[in-house]
Design a protein around this ligand. Structure first.
Ligand SMILES: Cc1cc2nc3c(=O)[nH]c(=O)nc-3n(C[C@H](O)[C@H](O)[C@H](O)COP(=O)(O)OP(=O)(O)OC[C@H]3O[C@@H](n4cnc5c(N)ncnc54)[C@H](O)[C@@H]3O)c2cc1C
Length: 407
């Protein structure tokens, strides 16, 4: 990711003393917001502040899965818009984001899971998202490597098949958005930490950095796993967010054997084969909150055992690399997108857990509209922070409990 510097048109721009908007965090959501602010709102006096290098956070660590088959009526349209945007962004950014439309298969391991999947499929179809129920034989036809034996821990009863999903190359998204935004005049400041937010009479006035205060009427905090800590440290806003580690790994490259993204809630595993031939795999996040990006032997063992039981042909294959990143989880597993409350001019976009890659294209666009107009777009209204105070949680958790461990 250090190589990202060369794709920015003029290297590091000078840090100016004032901008129309300052975005804290050089991850997916802020880079997308910066692109849409410049492109759709003609707002390019914008600074993105990144403490390390762009893509340092979840942006450069995720397993790149995109799909729109979430669970609730409020979430699905947002993810559908995001999915539809990848080909559009590839064209508009003139940057190959490597969208590989291989489709997603969520394996179902019990009759209860099949029943729950029927509800999800009906909701998805109602909202215009393609999703089908496959029986065990149809599932095996799509992924012949799967173990269809009844003698495994969780026999496969079928799958929920979502053809429009797939994989997008995550670092290409970071580079493409950064290049596009920078070409339109946005200043991307790497190695520039936001230290504090200055306010006066309930309004934001600037952002404190090691090089002094930048004056601005708008600040968007979208710093992945660091957002809740920053909002508390800078403004004493308490966020209902826990930060947990998610781990992932890739095997040595193999001949093609897996044409879809396959995930299994019962086995706590998901996998796909990258264009290089590696099996990229991950699972649920670690069960306790922490801020480490360390991987663990126990996790590697679990992945190996689950993968080999599901796809016995993987026995003996070697893992080449493993890594970890932070997930910012809300109690209802839906994000928080809000602004002007409790501080006028301060916006937040966080709580994405392991859904923040697939969504960033659409939310970047909506957050840009929010910042440019000061009015919350209707699509974002259900995601306000106040829903936790008002007991209006979103029920997206069930999307995971029922069938989906993946990202
Ligand atoms: C292993 C793993 C697998 C995943 N798989 C998927 C997947 O398949 N699909 C999916 O949709 N999502 C997935 N995710 C989740 C996804 O990566 C995140 O939700 C997403 O990256 C969040 O984007 P962001 O822009 O909010 O934050 P990030 O991309 O995390 O960026 C935040 C940035 O803020 C910077 N920062 C922090 N503090 C400061 C400061 N004080 N000043 C300036 N900058 C600061 C950090 O350095 C960082 O670069 C996965 C995550 C992990 C870790």
């Amino acid at each position: 990711m250090f190589g990202a510097k060369h794709i920015l048109p003029k290297g590091n721009p000078p840090l100016e003393s004032a901008y129309d908007a300052v975005l804290i965090g050089g991850g997916l959501h802020n880079l997308a917001t910066a692109w849409f602010l410049a492109k759709e709102h003609n707002m390019n006096r914008v600074a993105v502040l990144e403490k390390n290098y762009i893509g340092y956070g979840g942006a450069g660590r995720n397993t790149a899965i995109v799909r729109a088959n979430q669970r609730t009526q409020k979430n699905i349209p947002l993810y559908k818009e995001a999915l539809d945007l990848w080909p559009v962004l590839t064209r508009e950014l003139d940057f190959n984001l490597m969208f590989y439309n291989c489709g997603n298969l969520n394996l179902l391991h019990s009759e209860a899971a099949v029943k729950a999947a029927r509800t999800n499929i009906a909701t998805a179809k109602f909202l215009g998202v393609e999703s089908h129920l496959l029986d065990a034989a149809e599932t095996a036809k799509r992924v012949p490597a799967l173990n269809l034996s009844q003698k495994i821990t969780h026999p496969i009863h079928g799958a929920m098949y979502h053809p429009p999903g797939g994989i997008v190359r995550h670092d290409a998204v970071v580079w493409g958005l950064a290049k596009g935004a920078a070409e339109k005049g946005v200043h991307i400041h790497q190695q520039t930490e936001a230290l504090g937010i200055a306010t006066k009479n309930g309004r934001v006035t600037g952002v404190k950095t090691p090089a002094g205060t930048i004056y601005t009427p708008r600040v968007l905090v979208s710093a992945g796993g660091y957002t809740a800590g920053l909002l508390y440290h800078m403004l004493k806003i308490k966020m209902p967010i826990s930060v947990l580690t998610i781990q992932a790994m890739v095997t040595q490259p193999l001949k093609p054997l897996l044409d879809h993204v396959v995930s299994s809630g019962a086995y706590h595993v998901y996998a796909n084969q990258t264009l290089k031939g590696e099996i990229a795999t991950g699972a649920h996040m670690d069960p306790w909150p922490n801020y480490t990006t360390q991987t663990t032997a126990g996790y590697i063992k679990h992945q190996a055992e689950a993968l080999v039981e599901l796809m016995p042909c993987l026995a003996g294959v070697k893992f080449m690399r493993s890594w970890a990143g932070l997930a910012d989880m809300t109690p209802d597993m839906a994000p928080i997108m809000d602004g002007n409350d409790p501080v006028e001019g301060v916006y937040m976009n966080c709580g994405w857990g392991y859904f923040g890659f697939k969504s960033c294209s659409a939310t970047g666009r909506y957050m840009a509209r929010f910042l440019a107009t000061g009015k919350c777009p209707d699509r974002l209204k259900p995601f306000a922070l106040a829903r936790f105070k008002n007991h209006r949680l979103m029920g997206e958790t069930a999307a995971l409990v029922n069938y989906t461990p993946d990202n």
